[in-house]
Design a protein around this ligand. Structure first.
Ligand SMILES: NC(=O)c1ccc[n+]([C@@H]2O[C@H](COP(=O)([O-])OP(=O)(O)OC[C@H]3O[C@@H](n4cnc5c(N)ncnc54)[C@H](OP(=O)(O)O)[C@@H]3O)[C@@H](O)[C@H]2O)c1
Length: 167
């Protein structure tokens, strides 16, 4: 099972100015890659705060939203399962790829669970000075750089493999 984090950050390491700040500030190349990779995966996982920054559920993808609330969310499946349990449930339903789409608490939850196999990271030529970081807790996770692309406006599209994870 391929479980990938997909995220965009500024050159000073922030994924948003604050928790209500949507991810619409990224380049067209980042948005294009996000749509391509998440549609290919077919399943997107995100926290309820990130979901609330979207105008609507992501189309043509199964939206799985982490929340501790029991209220239903139209257009989404809610969950509070530990990551490895959610991944095996999705695997048993026949899914081959899952995109972890943030925010920081969900990136952190999945990275610390050991479920993540790949990281698609976009670095935009922009500074926020302060804001939300990609992860919240400490990590010591080696990565292998699989591919890199630089756009004409200086955006870096990076793909990493998490070392020692089974795909
Ligand atoms: N630049 C990027 O690539 C990118 C991508 C995604 C998000 N973002 C940004 O990240 C920010 C949001 O990040 P965030 O960390 O504040 O919020 P978040 O991770 O999107 O959502 C946090 C919420 O998820 C639920 N949750 C977290 N852990 C859970 C668990 N173990 N079990 C059940 N539910 C759980 C809780 O929802 P309830 O309160 O409903 O219980 C919690 O309040 C936004 O600004 C967003 O735009 C940026």
């Amino acid at each position: 099972m391929k479980v990938f984090i997909i995220a965009a950050q500024t050159a000073d390491g922030f994924i948003a100015k604050d928790e209500h700040h949507g991810a619409f500030w990224t380049s067209k190349e980042d948005k294009k890659r996000f749509v391509e990779l998440t549609k290919k995966a077919g399943v997107v996982v995100m926290g309820s705060t990130t979901f609330k920054t979207l105008p609507r559920p992501l189309q043509e993808r199964i939206n799985v939203v982490y929340t501790r609330s029991t209220e239903e969310i139209p257009g989404a499946i809610t969950t509070s399962l530990p990551p490895l349990e959610l991944i095996s449930k999705l695997e048993s339903e026949g899914h081959k790829e899952v995109a972890i789409c943030g925010g920081a608490s969900i990136y952190d939850l999945f990275m610390h669970s050991g479920a993540v196999t790949h990281l698609y990271l976009t670095i935009e030529p922009l500074l926020f000075g302060q804001g939300v970081t990609l992860f919240k807790g400490g990590l010591n996770t080696p990565l292998e750089l699989v591919s890199e692309e630089k756009t004409e406006h200086g955006t870096l599209l990076l793909e990493y493999k998490v070392i020692n994870k089974l795909v």
